[in-house]
Write a protein that binds this ligand. Sequence first.
Ligand SMILES: C[S@@+](CC[C@H](N)C(=O)[O-])C[C@H]1O[C@@H](n2cnc3c(N)ncnc32)[C@H](O)[C@@H]1O
Length: 413
Amino acid sequence: MRLNISPTLEGLPTIHTNELNDLQGNLKDLTVGNYKRLKASLSDNGFIVPLFVWFDRDGSAYTLDGNQRLRVIKTEIPDGINLPYVEVSAENKQDAKKKILLISSQYGQVTKDGFDEFSVDIDDIEVFIDELTTFAQWVDPVINEDEKKRAIDEIEPAKVDSIEDFDPSRKNQIVCIDCLLALSKMKDNSVDIVVTSPPYNLGGNRHNSADKTGIDTYEDSMSLETYFGFIDKVIRELMRVSTYHVFFNIQEAANSKGIIKYIQDTFAAQLKDTFIWAKTNPSPPLQEHLPAMGFEYIFCFSKDSPDTRVFSYCDFNQREKGKSGVSNTLIYPVAKGFGGHGYTFDQWLPDFFIKNFSKPGALVLDSFMGTGTTAISCIENNRYYIGFEKLPNVAALAQKRVLDYIENGGEHS
Ligand SMILES: C[S@@+](CC[C@H](N)C(=O)[O-])C[C@H]1O[C@@H](n2cnc3c(N)ncnc32)[C@H](O)[C@@H]1O
């Protein structure tokens, strides 16, 4: 990256980027998209506002602002560059942290330790370290060719078609396998959250009713008893292997009547909340006198105090958004489908649950991975994924989608 320094900053002292330390501990990660936007903006506009720097008694330099700009510059220009700065005086680190409030107008409370957005309690140290590490993980596939190759290599080829080849401890893999078989090999509490949507038992063959795309179909017409038994086993297994929450998107159809009540009754103790997805573009009714399928359920089963609707494991960032919670009425579109697969998540769905109800670095399972929408959300949001898909050419489609996404530096295909 070439970085022009604005002529208006001429005359200010400069400091080499590699000499600058970070004072703000708990910085939010940038998404891949925002990283790219910030990088593009810096390339287009140059460096137009100075850094604010505090020097401690030993002469070590700390930036009080501009940390995200600095992260991009340090990553893009590893040899470093001299940047203009304005010195801010402070008695000590805590005093310097207080000055951040004056410089950046960020919301926060000044505490005896400094500033609560930036102070790190020893209890939080693991989260803090995790966040710093995960920053590198998402940023590398975009900007570093070696790391990018390694990230791609880390993804298991799709066609793992025997249970012997499945390694449950491996992150970032989509496995072509029946989910119940795969789940039986997984340890208790081995993933953080689940985001998934099972087949709905709509009747007939699914994915590609016109059979134009070469996508396999699966028979989606079990008997009611078999379907209820299947869903029951899947939910129990998902609860067993997850540490926190299971988000289970399902709809009742003519062929699955009673499934919603069955789930609500059977899993009442684990049911923490129910999200209603009201579709902005429901499919029109297939025939006259039929209501459109205008809404679906997303059940949240949880081990995180299921008797309350308070989420202790979440990442709402509400202070940032100025709200006190998230809505459980989700008014969003239906996906267009992907690669001939007609029953896919729209990207908003895994994004909403993954961003709000897991933390960076979390391991997310989708037991019905389909075309890999959940995997894309994990990469985009700096989480790990593991997914099962029983149809070989759908699993291959998902794998290719993930590889294309990484190779395109985070662009959706
Ligand atoms: C509703 S779709 C999920 C689509 C996915 N959310 C996406 O964004 O593409 C359900 C998927 O589960 C797969 N499937 C059906 N039964 C399965 C099983 N027993 N194990 C694993 N996958 C299964 C189907 O082939 C289908 O791709």
